[in-house]
Write a protein of this length. Structure first.
Length: 260
């Protein structure tokens, strides 16, 4: 009995160490992680989005209109959204250059640029099919004025992702950003665009289309676009490409809000 009493401190130390190791395992194991889940409820996030004067718009066949609270809430609703809004954009596609070039046939300035999209994916760990889908949306399938290149002081600059291209002066501001970034070739614009998305969004916990558009961790701030259907439109294009190429994809990250 005396020996047992003598060993009690040692036994307690072992128990404490075991509990510490278990807590560490739980916190670091992806099965238990809640990384990316906001401290805000969905309703709180909608309210913050509406009240932060983010200039949310909805596009109709005839005009661009400001979105009201119901429009925004519907667009933010997860259950009715395309699954690809929740695909981690740092997942690799494993698509070949030939497969990407097939998808880019007839896509204007983007045609034949499969190698550049693969280089962008490999260099910056940004999904190539996302990059293509995003570029197609922003450039009107490779046909827009900004995508075709804007000449500044004898050099033509390209911007395929609408970076810096705010709605009221998209061409002027988008080309200005491309000039500052040195995107003087389509390839540079593709790879540079991937670098921008990686640094400003994926590395900022906004690693899905949904999070880029709505930023659940800080609703109403640091949003990629003003079109409330922006994420859904890109997700729809991605979904079609994944299906046509028969590609598998990573687990979706659909948990974004505090459920309390």
């Amino acid at each position: 009995m005396d020996k047992i009493k003598e060993n009690i401190p040692f036994i307690l130390l072992i128990v404490v160490m075991a509990l510490f190791m278990l807590a560490f395992f739980v916190s670091e194991t992806s099965f238990f992680k809640t990384e990316g889940i906001s401290t805000y409820t969905f309703e709180e996030a909608v309210s913050m989005q509406v009240n932060n004067n983010t200039g949310d718009v909805k596009l109709t066949d005839s005009a661009t209109e400001y979105a009201d609270e119901n429009d925004i809430k519907e667009a933010m609703t997860i259950n009715s959204s395309n699954d690809f809004q929740f695909l981690p954009l740092d997942s690799m596609t494993e698509a070949s250059e030939d497969q990407l070039n097939e998808l880019l046939e007839g896509k204007g300035i983007l045609e034949g640029k499969g190698a550049a999209f693969i280089e962008a994916e490999q260099t910056h760990n940004v999904n190539a099919l996302y990059l293509i889908s995003h570029a197609l949306l922003e450039t009107g399938h490779g046909q827009s004025e900004l995508a075709s290149g804007i000449e500044v002081d004898g050099t033509t600059y390209y911007n395929f992702f609408g970076i810096g291209a705010f709605d009221h002066a998209a061409v002027a501001e988008g080309s200005s950003y491309a000039q500052k970034a040195g995107w003087s070739s389509p390839e540079a614009a593709i790879i540079g665009g991937a670098e921008f998305v990686r640094a400003n969004y994926l590395d900022n916990s906004q690693n899905t289309l949904y999070r880029m558009r709505w930023n659940p961790e800080n609703p109403g701030t640091h949003l990629y676009a003003t079109d409330i259907e922006w994420a859904e439109k890109i997700a729809s294009i991605m979904s079609g490409y994944y299906n046509s190429l028969g590609l598998e994809y990573d687990e979706l990250q659909t948990e974004n809000y505090n459920e309390e």
